[in-house]
Design a protein. Structure first.
Length: 226
């Protein structure tokens, strides 16, 4: 057994391996003293990464509670640099977790869980991407037939054919489309389209039958939500 001395700090009766580990961490903290602010986004991002690594949705209070508790602990041990820094790192990570948890709740939107269509609907064009054959539009639908009001997606990403009218963001559009749930990851660690579209409030994807038709220009169309 060995004692560990860290400046004014001392941990009695620590095993030799633990002593070397703690001394190494203390030396690393000391070496980064002039650049410690650069580590803030690292620990903040670690809290966000933890959220996406969880297999269950954390409660909304978890991040703020841990951040406040860790901040209070940092104040209590403010004269012990090692434990103070560790508590501050925990507080920053918990702040990242709190932010992404709140953002996920804020962006929560209905997602399609089954195939729907072909269905005809109207809506407002939010964005347009040019493809080799036609366009891919983000549309805020007025209502999708066959879905309950609570299941109506806020936005849809639709591939429309080259026979469609020339559209611009803000135009009111009418189309007939087949709609599908957002596909998941093809392989573990691959691009997560569901995550990306969830935070963009896009609840389904699909393709049009025939062309999409402009009902009103952006200047004349009523904005989404009235």
């Amino acid at each position: 057994m060995a004692d560990i001395s860290l400046g004014e700090e001392r941990v009695e009766g620590a095993p030799p391996r633990l002593g070397r580990l703690v001394r190494g961490l203390a030396d690393a903290f000391a070496a980064e003293s002039d650049r410690c602010i650069l580590w803030l986004p690292v620990f903040f991002g670690s809290g966000i990464a933890l959220y996406f690594a969880l297999t269950v949705e954390p409660p909304l209070w978890l991040g703020p509670s841990v951040a406040v508790a860790a901040g209070a602990a940092a104040w209590v041990v403010r004269r012990r640099p090692l434990w103070r820094n560790a508590a501050l790192c925990l507080a920053i990570g918990a702040t990242g977790l709190a932010l992404i948890t709140a953002t996920a709740r804020e962006r929560a939107a209905p997602m399609l869980h089954r195939r729907v269509g072909p269905v005809s609907f109207t809506g407002h064009v939010i964005d347009i991407d040019t493809l080799e054959r036609g366009w891919r539009i983000i549309v805020a639908p007025d209502a999708v037939p066959g879905l309950d009001p609570a299941q109506q997606p806020h936005r849809l990403r639709i591939h429309i054919t080259a026979a469609s009218d020339l559209l611009s963001p803000g135009d009111r559009v009418s189309l007939k489309a087949m709609l599908y749930p957002v596909p998941g990851q093809a392989l573990p660690g691959a691009h997560d389209l569901q995550r990306d579209l969830y935070f963009a409030e896009i609840g389904g994807v699909g393709y049009s039958y025939g062309g999409a038709h402009r009902l009103a220009d952006a200047e004349d169309a009523e904005p989404p939500g009235g």
